[in-house]
Design a binder for this molecule. Sequence first.
Ligand SMILES: Nc1nc2c(ncn2[C@@H]2O[C@H](COP(=O)(O)OP(=O)(O)O)[C@@H](O)[C@H]2O)c(=O)[nH]1
Ligand SMILES: Nc1ncnc2c1ncn2[C@@H]1O[C@H](COP(=O)(O)OP(=O)(O)O)[C@@H](O)[C@H]1O
Length: 302
Amino acid sequence: MFKIRRGLIRDLLLEPDRAPPYGAGPLRSRSNLPPSENLPLRTNSSGVADLPAILSKTDRMRQIERFAGQQAMREAPERGAPHQGLMLILSSPSGAGKTTLTRMLLQTKELDLTLSISVTTRLRRSSEIDGIHYTFIDRRQFETLRDAGELLEWAEVHGNLYGTPRAPVAAVLGRGRDVLFDIDYQGTQQVRQNSGADVVTVFILPPSMKELRARLERRAEDSPESIAKRLANAREDILRWAEYDYVLVNHDLQDTFDDLCCILTAERRRKTRVREGIEALVKELLEESAIKPASPLQPESS
Ligand SMILES: Nc1nc2c(ncn2[C@@H]2O[C@H](COP(=O)(O)OP(=O)(O)O)[C@@H](O)[C@H]2O)c(=O)[nH]1
Ligand SMILES: Nc1ncnc2c1ncn2[C@@H]1O[C@H](COP(=O)(O)OP(=O)(O)O)[C@@H](O)[C@H]1O
């Protein structure tokens, strides 16, 4: 079962500044939580978390847990070379929740995801750490990287430049590990063109435009002009939903997170991604079934 501690959800929804950076600190195990924390988390109609609460996991997630060993199987040396990792891309209009979901995925160590840290010319927000959420660079540095071919993809979004450094992504994928991307539709198109079968794309929609605006205002990280620009650009973003493999409506944060875990698990188990390991296992099964059973014991002569 993939567990998120209650405090993390509260921090992410209500006090994003207090949320630990990506991947920081171990999660508490559910069995260590006091009983009052073992309650399902739901957000109310205004999108604010009802507390106290937690994300109990449902049978759906227990099924996922049963398959948790598949990553190890993909990498088992005796079953052949490690499979190339997959690229999980999240996109959404600004404020729909992809940064929050990214944090939850990274905090869930069992998922074993590595974030692709983009470079950007945007100004750093107060809640962001250079080198963890983004690497903040100026336009000249960005253009140097881009012109040297060091970016896997890049785009201009809301008047700023964003790009994915190529080398770290290749290194992680080459070790058979999966990489998580928080990039826009333009970047998604470029990655898909270059990396086709290894790419899984998920589009996150807000439940309503009213709620999208409310989330951007509650996040309180951008100027009113910047929020207005993000809302104006949301129309164009939203229209891109059909280009994605999966589309989720982020009404309840826990439900959306659960759905993402299901998508990731199913995609990891695709026949094309586990073929080498399964072929080796099937060979062993066939060899084992061909071994003749030992002959029955002869009765001792008196
Ligand atoms: N193409 C591309 N888009 C990116 C990259 N990094 C971030 N973005 C997108 O840029 C947009 C703006 O991101 P950000 O400034 O963090 O604002 P937010 O979406 O309001 O949190 C979002 O749609 C991100 O997904 C990148 O490396 N490449
Ligand atoms: N399902 C949800 N219900 C209520 N608030 C949410 C939900 N998902 C995210 N939020 C909040 O909405 C705001 C914007 O989310 P964020 O993850 O920063 O969006 P994005 O990265 O897509 O711009 C944040 O304050 C976050 O805590």
